[in-house]
Design a protein around this ligand. Structure first.
Ligand code: SF4
Ligand code: SF4
Length: 83
């Protein structure tokens, strides 16, 4: 018998307060989804801007680890210091 575990992430504690750096997705994003697959917090998602696929980040849960910036093959994510 198959069972489904529902992930109600919206009710999780907002661990995003821990980060010192923030990933910023630029216009270089081509929507390849590599970052979405590698984010250890599962906090990246694919959206659309002006009809073009583009990665986004749920900052409430992002811990600023920088994995997304490392794996992006297009150099489209820059880690910026939080001021
Ligand atoms: S890996 Fe880079 S190019 Fe691909 S979706 Fe993420 S930000 Fe965009
Ligand atoms: S910095 Fe880390 S936690 Fe935040 S979106 Fe990128 S891979 Fe995910």
């Amino acid at each position: 018998m198959k069972q489904i575990i529902q992930n109600k992430k919206e009710s999780y504690p907002k661990t995003g307060d821990w980060k010192t750096k923030i990933p910023v997705v630029s216009d270089k994003c081509v929507g390849c989804e590599t970052c979405v697959k590698h984010c250890p917090e599962a906090t990246m998602f694919m959206g659309e801007i002006n009809g073009k696929k583009r990665a986004g980040v749920k900052y409430d849960f992002c811990k600023g680890c920088g994995v997304c910036a490392e794996v992006c093959p297009y150099g489209a994510i820059e880690m910026k210091d939080i001021k």
